[in-house]
Ligand binder design. Structure first.
Ligand code: NZQ
Ligand code: ZN
Length: 383
């Protein structure tokens, strides 16, 4: 069956476009009086987004408690400290102002505050929380799709893991996507965001199930990002170009590209998370490196699927042509395609392989054996 049985559910109210944050105060007030405002390491204050959000919350006469300092590649320690603060202050609602790291942390903090469970016990499914507190997101970086999905990714250096937790409790109540809030994203993170959204589309495409209409939608999302992305990199302040990429990123991982499928693959993300854990590598940077290696590893295993992708994206008929075109696109936007590009030397090889084996890194549709993990690491150095 090309279209597999599936259940779709997405309750997030999405506000998209310039100026939508003017509705933030009223929207947040629906969920309570006391707000925990969470943000990162300072960009939102530097560029004035914080002031706009605080003005909104003040105008709705909400009390604001703050937790700041969430790191890119967020860590469980911040989740725990923010949970303690939120619990102590008896907060009603969380407003997350930032990119994927802030929003993902806020998702777990919300569940931990409501349930009283430890954040890592929630992530590892040691406990089964049944409630959360309402989460409102103000997105400042287009990449992850977290603003409209049920995923959260956090890392724990004590256990040596960066893992995802997917659960309906993670869905934000409302998300505000104003593309003008993203014009200050630096060039490197803009590149990583473009790679990340393309990788999300690809992870879904290489999952189990081949619904023709969803394949087409997936190709269109990737093509749109490949069309507007390079223009945006030459015009970082252009709000219209920012809006195009912002919508692509949300569509790539809000559930739509999984309709008619049993799962996505996510093997590339799984390998990428280990690189972020080991080297604090930005998420998107890890993905352009791993994707090329993954495609080469799979070129004789799923040639038709790779060919179909190449035909639709690049007009090429061959598997090798598809992989070469994908690689040159990544290179054309200055995304890394080998570990050397990220200054990681071959002396690291055995350690990376051991880390992948320790966490049994694999895809959901295409399993990775120990031998595959060695090959994929080899390929990340040379292809
Ligand atoms: O910390 P601040 O000062 O805010 O700076 C951030 C950070 O350094 C900066 N930034 C964000 N918005 C900005 C800005 N700088 C200037 N202007 C703005 N408007 O950008 C840096 C990166 O931020 P981060 O939130 O880490 O980036 P991203 O949105 O790419 O999120 C990455 C995290 O999301 C996870 C990744 O693994 C990674 O941990 N993912 C979450 C997913 C999900 N929940 O569905 C799916 C993804 O596959 C991904 O795994
Ligand atoms: Zn991703």
């Amino acid at each position: 069956m090309a279209i597999e049985n599936f259940t779709a559910y997405n309750p997030v109210k999405l506000h998209f476009g310039e100026g939508v944050v003017s509705k933030l105060g009223k929207s947040t007030a629906k969920y309570g009086k006391k707000v925990l405002l969470i943000y990162g390491k300072g960009s939102v204050k530097k560029y004035g987004y914080y002031d706009q959000v605080v003005e909104q919350l003040n105008s709705a006469e909400l009390e604001i408690i703050e937790y700041s300092g969430i790191k890119p590649n967020p860590v469980i320690e911040d989740v725990r400290m923010a949970t303690d603060l939120g619990g102590r202050e008896n907060i009603d609602v969380i407003v997350a102002l930032g990119g994927g790291s802030v929003i993902d942390s806020a998702k777990i903090i919300a569940i931990a505050v409501a349930s009283g469970y430890d954040g890592w016990d929630i992530m590892t499914r040691k406990v089964k929380p049944e409630r959360t507190i309402p989460l409102i997101c103000v997105l400042t970086l287009a990449a992850t799709g977290t603003e409209m999905n049920a995923g959260a990714v956090v890392q724990n250096h004590d256990t040596g893991e960066k893992i995802g937790f997917v659960d309906e409790l993670n869905f934000p109540k409302e998300s505000f996507l104003d593309p003008s809030f993203t014009v200050t994203v630096p060039k490197n993170h803009t590149i990583y965001g473009i790679v990340d959204l393309i990788a999300h589309a690809l992870e879904q495409y290489f999952g189990e199930g081949e619904p023709p209409i969803i394949d087409q939608i997936t190709f269109d999302i990737i093509k749109d990002a490949m069309h507007w992305g390079p223009q945006l990199l030459d015009n970082l302040q252009n709000v219209e170009l920012r809006a195009n990429i912002m919508l692509d990123a949300t569509l790539a991982l809000n559930g739509l590209t999984r309709y008619g499928k049993i799962n996505g693959d996510w093997g590339v993300h799984a390998v990428g998370h280990e690189l972020s854990l080991l080297y604090d590598m930005p998420h998107g940077a890890s993905l352009s490196i791993v994707y090329i290696a993954w495609l080469i590893l799979h070129k004789d295993r799923i040639p038709e699927r790779i060919q179909k992708l190449g035909k639709n994206l690049f007009g090429t008929d061959t598997v090798d042509g598809t992989i070469a075109a994908m690689k040159s696109f990544f290179q054309s936007i200055n995304a890394p395609v080998t570990l050397q590009d990220e200054s990681i030397g071959e002396d690291q090889k055995e350690m990376i392989i051991a880390q992948l084996n320790k966490n049994s890194v694999s895809g959901m549709h295409h399993d990775l054996t120990e031998d595959d993990r060695r090959k994929i690491v080899d390929l990340m150095f040379y292809h």
